[in-house]
Design a protein around this ligand. Structure first.
Ligand SMILES: Nc1ncnc2c1ncn2[C@@H]1O[C@H](COP(=O)(O)OP(=O)(O)OP(=O)(O)O)[C@@H](O)[C@H]1O
Length: 220
């Protein structure tokens, strides 16, 4: 379970203050697959970082009894001067996994060819995302956090991601951000819309994407 209790987040940037969201209370349970919709800058990635625990709330409390992946997406979570393989080994050690087994899985999954043994700074954004996806799928998290990453890679990679995520979803939880309604409809059951600093939940992802679409049309 991941529980948000009256969580608010504000960034202070020089003399400027940005309240991203306020007083969010909700729970993500095992078996949930939640799609989060919202316009650019609404706070989706910030929310994901708080769910993952890589950032803290300004006020309120986030309680986790499930292990969560880091937000898998285009933003890099790797040490750029190390190779993909060395990053995978490093992460294996942090999570107490067999480094050789994890490395083999990632090499096969991410299909980076010789780049797997090159420094991460030489990777494209898509290659970075493939590595991130491979490493996180190699570790058995209770909850996977996916930030737009399913768009990374070619058709074959997308099918691999889909199969792996659908399999993990059966045994755990999934929280996904995407600007593509079809992706959310494919992966998620429940939906939420982040708008004006508030998060509204819907029983189905179809309702959430529809509300988001209406809000977007109104703003245009
Ligand atoms: N580390 C930070 N410091 C200051 N402001 C930040 C930081 N991270 C995000 N913000 C601000 O918080 C707001 C929400 O950003 P966030 O990236 O969470 O939005 P998003 O919904 O994921 O956007 P997009 O769909 O464009 O990726 C934006 O106004 C952004 O400028």
């Amino acid at each position: 379970m991941i529980e948000f209790d009256d969580v608010s987040k504000t960034y202070h940037i020089r003399k400027f203050e940005k309240q991203v969201f306020s007083h969010l209370s909700f729970t993500i349970n095992p078996g949930d697959s939640l799609g989060i919709c919202g316009a650019n800058g609404a706070g989706k990635s910030t929310l994901m970082r708080l769910i993952a625990g890589v950032e803290s709330p300004t006020s309120g409390r986030v309680t986790r009894t499930m292990t969560t992946s880091w937000p898998i997406g285009y933003s890099s979570c790797f040490q750029a001067s190390l190779t993909g393989a060395d990053n995978a080994r490093f992460i294996a050690r942090i999570y107490g996994q067999d480094a050789d087994v994890l490395c083999d899985y990632v090499e096969d999954f991410a299909q980076l060819g010789p780049y797997f043994h090159q420094p991460v700074y030489s990777y494209s954004a898509g290659m970075n995302a493939r590595l991130a996806f491979g490493v996180s799928l190699a570790i058995n998290f209770d909850c996977y956090l996916v930030d737009e990453v399913t768009a990374a890679g070619d058709e074959r990679f997308r099918i691999r991601c889909e199969e792996a995520l659908m399999h993990r979803k059966q045994n755990g939880a999934l929280v996904m951000i995407s600007h593509d309604a079809n992706t959310l409809l494919q992966y998620c059951d429940r939906g939420a819309v982040l708008y004006g600093g508030s998060l509204t939940f819907y029983d189905t992802i179809a309702e959430a994407t529809e509300v988001h679409h209406r809000l977007q049309s109104r703003a245009a």
